[in-house]
Design a binder for this molecule. Structure first.
Ligand code: FMN
Length: 465
């Protein structure tokens, strides 16, 4: 396959990492149990503050290699966009404003091997079993694509896929975004939804697939093209006029059944809890197409950085997007990993008048169902340092007037705090900014010059800073 296709592929990304950031690539050549050990390794790396991509040459009894921890590293994601890590959310937001039409190429890299009928057996893929609570091994890096039965516009997004049989996967569409709606529309007509699962895509595909603040007629593939800065190269696969990225490792063609619900889960979710909540849909596979030397990709699930970091970055970008329309004085947004990359957003602003932090908090709380707590701080606070954020809350908040609640708001199905009957919850905004228009206590600061001198002395004494 040509380099043009591979430039936008997962293997193109891995080649970039090995060439420019060799210290961020870990190859495990010894045979490793596919049950629990890969997850434990990635969580141990997270704990140690390390985020290399991990390539397992041999998992369990499988011959196919499996890569994980592809999206756990802000430095590597920033390199994909050619920016510094601190500029990642803004670059993501700015680039995704200008979708670029896709290019459809004749042949895809994944057309080299085609398995169907009796030869199709998904249990032969090196699918890790990630947590003891999981109902089965799960495909976690499957980008599911389908077309809207009404408009023909397609979508792509990760959905967890429970291995049930050689050609049967359980799927949960709990995000209730496009795929949930497309399936509902197909079901209304009594039809299954033709769909394809792409495995082994570039992290920019991963990022672009998470966008949501765009018109329903904008293809996510075009937003992914915008992130690449050139048309995303797709090829036709063999189901329902669908197109998939030409450089992917493999594509599973099939359909999400209408009117069929089967037990799906539990699954170790990004919330850090076992999730028993699911839309309980069923995907039936008809065909597997793959590269002759295909490798598998698995997102390490649970609260790993691999599972959560892109959600942090894309939410930061999307919330910025919502705020910049009315509040140009917002200077940054951070969605911390420790709040599952979902439930809390910290906003920094140069406040010009009272009430602006409340406006910012309300706009951010309304961007989507996962954002349930918002803290607004002044721009002297480092929003990427939660110690600094808690210091601002401790020293600048009058609880009775600076904290407000929005009861009965729609929450996420898999948020364990949402009401089990209707999934509502109470959202909260905290204004942790200084009062405007009057003197406030003066913050202690160490001048940059003295700080730099101190750092150089400490470095000279062998202390890593
Ligand atoms: C690793 C990962 C796994 C995900 N799993 C699911 C899932 O099982 N079900 C779901 O509805 N959303 C899941 N999401 C979120 C969706 O991928 C995301 O909301 C996406 O935008 C939905 O795409 P859609 O608009 O095509 O439905 C996951 C996200 C990530 C990063």
């Amino acid at each position: 396959m040509t380099d043009r296709v591979d430039d936008q592929s997962l293997r193109g990304f891995l080649a970039m990492v090995q060439e420019r950031f060799p210290e961020e690539f870990l190859r495990v050549s010894e045979r490793v149990d596919s049950r629990l050990v890969p997850t434990a390794m990635v969580l141990e790396l997270d704990r140690a503050g390390q985020s290399p991509v991990v390539m397992f040459d041999r998992l369990g009894d499988f011959d196919m290699p499996c890569v994980t921890n592809v999206a756990a590293n802000r430095r590597l994601l920033a390199a994909c966009l050619g920016v510094e890590p601190s500029a990642l959310p803004t670059a993501f937001r700015d680039r995704s404003q200008n979708p670029i039409p896709c290019e459809v190429v004749e042949r895809a890299a994944w057309d080299e091997v085609v398995l169907e009928g009796d030869a199709l057996d998904l249990t032969k893929l090196p699918i890790p079993y990630q947590f003891t609570v999981d109902a089965a091994p799960y495909i976690t890096a499957g980008q599911v694509t389908a077309r809207d039965p009404l408009t023909g516009v397609d979508t792509t997004g990760f959905h967890r896929l429970m291995l049930k049989d050689k050609n049967r996967l359980g799927v949960s569409l709990h995000s209730r975004r496009r795929m949930y709606e497309y399936h509902r529309r197909a079901e209304e007509r009594g039809e299954s939804l033709p769909a394809a699962i792409t495995i082994g895509v570039h992290p920019l595909h991963y990022m672009g697939s998470m966008t949501y603040a765009y018109g329903a007629d904008v293809r996510k593939y075009e937003i992914i093209g915008a992130l690449f800065g050139e048309p995303y190269r797709l090829a036709r696969c063999g189901v329902g006029d669908l197109e998939a990225p030409a450089g992917a490792e493999m594509v599973i063609e099939g359909e999400i059944l209408a009117g069929v619900h089967e037990p799906e889960g539990p699954f170790g979710e990004f919330t850090g809890y076992a999730s028993y909540r699911s839309t309980q849909n069923v995907f039936v596979a008809h065909r597997l197409r793959m590269r002759r030397d295909a490798f598998f990709h698995s997102v390490t699930s649970g609260m790993s950085k691999d599972h959560i970091l892109i959600s942090c970055v894309t939410r930061e970008g999307e919330i910025l997007n919502a705020l910049r329309r009315n509040l140009p004085n917002v200077t940054g947004v951070h969605v911390p990993h420790s709040t599952c990359g979902a439930f809390l957003a910290v906003i920094a602003m140069k406040k010009t008048a009272e009430g602006e932090p409340q406006m910012a908090a309300m706009a951010a709380l309304a961007t989507e169902l996962y954002t349930k707590y918002v803290i607004v701080v002044d721009d002297d606070v480092d929003i990427f340092d939660l110690n600094d954020v808690f210091w601002a809350i401790a020293t600048r908040v009058h609880a009775e007037k600076d904290i407000f609640f929005v009861p009965g708001a729609k929450g996420a199905i898999i948020d364990p705090s949402s009401d089990p009957k209707d999934f509502t919850l109470t959202k909260m905004g905290i204004d942790a900014t200084r009062p405007s228009g009057r003197e406030f206590a003066e913050r202690l600061v160490v001048p940059d010059e003295a700080r730099e001198r101190a750092r150089s002395i400490l470095r000279g004494a062998g202390i890593t800073l």
